[in-house]
Design a binder for this molecule. Structure first.
Ligand SMILES: C[S@@+](CC[C@H](N)C(=O)[O-])C[C@H]1O[C@@H](n2cnc3c(N)ncnc32)[C@H](O)[C@@H]1O
Ligand code: SF4
Length: 361
């Protein structure tokens, strides 16, 4: 039985120059065919799926209208057994929130919202090419709370060109004033096939690792002092507010993924749907294979992923199968905390998590 469902909605009000998620600017002509295709995918592969968690991600799921979201959720409800659903998350861009939409989503069973605020500084939001202002993000947050949403995550980005550490601390403090349940704080990465990557390659943007480490340390200090637990390197939650969907994914649980570019891992096979909305629709309508990638993963995760994902979480990883000499060296240098049955990153190790994981592999 598969217990986790991801649905990828590839539309955004406007494409941000740093983002490499599969998405396109919203196109009214394609939307209904896309929604029909998702429901057809549920018909074709929803058997054996009784979700405990659902995650509508993107893109921007709330780029869909209230009616379209209603159609999609009702359609999924009619096809899948929701009786054991515990967490239903939807990602939102602050520019796509309205009272009507928030109320309809909560009524349909959504019980967690993840909103991309990124920064509370208007100049930085402009640098990031965001479609919303800081005050619009604040208004949207209050709309969600007033509509009765009791579990809200806010996404923030640090290490943005032009952002000082003081400005970042200020963004964290302003986030805390709103009392969200969860905060995801991501270090800006320059992803291939983005405008930011080109600007990085041309030398306009210069990464500053030492400064990124400082941003990271400030994040840990400010959020832990406010009662958030860093249960994964980029994710901080109030007690009991960890994202169950992401935890399942990091722990290697099977999951189904609907929509273009969505991954599924089931019964030792990982597949990815084609990252092209028109082609995804065509293949689903024609009853053709919608995957353009597949690999075998007998235990749900590859050994390298067990280390890479596990090390980023507060539980760490088992030392089984890892060279004890490497563990001793990393422990002696202050990057790892080792007990007989667990290896965990220290604070110093968290600053260079990917490099530590690479050493362990
Ligand atoms: C799918 S978006 C969230 C919802 C919505 N699309 C929005 O942007 O408001 C997921 C999150 O990934 C983060 N993100 C995207 N590209 C990133 C990058 N290159 N570096 C760091 N974080 C990034 C942003 O914080 C963003 O909120
Ligand atoms: S950050 Fe969010 S709104 Fe911006 S392009 Fe990516 S998915 Fe779309």
């Amino acid at each position: 039985m598969v217990r986790h469902l991801y649905v990828h909605i590839p539309f955004c009000p406007k494409v941000c120059p740093y983002c490499s998620f599969y998405k396109e600017a919203s196109d009214r002509n394609k939307t209904q065919a896309f929604l029909d295709a998702i429901l057809l995918e549920a018909d074709q592969s929803g058997e054996g799926l009784r979700p405990e968690t659902i995650f509508f991600g993107g893109g921007t799921p709330t780029a869909l209208s209230t009616l379209q979201l209603d159609f999609l959720i009702s359609g999924l409800r009619a096809r899948l057994d929701f009786s054991e659903l515990r967490e239903f998350t939807i990602e939102m861009n602050p520019a796509t929130v309205s009272r009507e939409k928030a109320a309809a989503l909560l009524e349909r069973g959504v019980n967690r919202v993840s909103m991309g605020v990124q920064s509370w500084d208007d100049a930085l939001l402009k640098t990031l090419g965001r479609v919303h202002s800081a005050s619009q993000a604040r208004r949207s947050y209050h709309i969600l709370r007033e509509a009765g949403c009791r579990n809200v995550n806010l996404d923030l980005i640090f290490g943005v060109p032009g952002q000082s550490v003081a400005l970042w601390r200020e963004s964290l403090l302003r986030t805390l004033e709103l009392a969200p349940d969860h905060i995801s704080a991501y270090c800006l990465t320059y992803e291939e096939d983005t405008e930011y990557f080109e600007r990085f390659r041309s030398g306009e943007f210069v990464p500053e690792e030492a400064r990124d480490a400082e941003f990271f340390e400030v994040t840990m200090d400010v959020l832990s002092a406010a009662g958030f637990e860093q249960y994964e390197i980029s994710n901080h939650a109030k007690p009991g507010r960890e994202c169950l969907h992401n935890l399942a994914y990091w722990n290697g649980a099977d999951y189904a993924g609907f929509g273009p570019s969505a991954f599924s891992t089931q019964a030792g096979l990982r597949r990815r749907n084609i990252a092209d909305t028109a082609e995804y629709i065509r293949r689903i309508q024609g009853g053709l294979a919608r995957h353009d990638f597949e690999e075998s993963v007998p235990d749900g995760l590859r050994a390298s992923e067990v280390v890479a994902f596990g090390l980023r979480t507060k539980q760490g990883i088992s030392p089984e199968g890892i060279d004890p000499k490497v563990v001793s060296a990393l422990t002696a240098n202050g990057y790892l905390e080792a007990s007989p049955d667990r290896l965990k990153l220290t604070r110093k190790g968290k600053l260079v998590a990917d490099a530590v994981a690479a050493e362990l592999l």
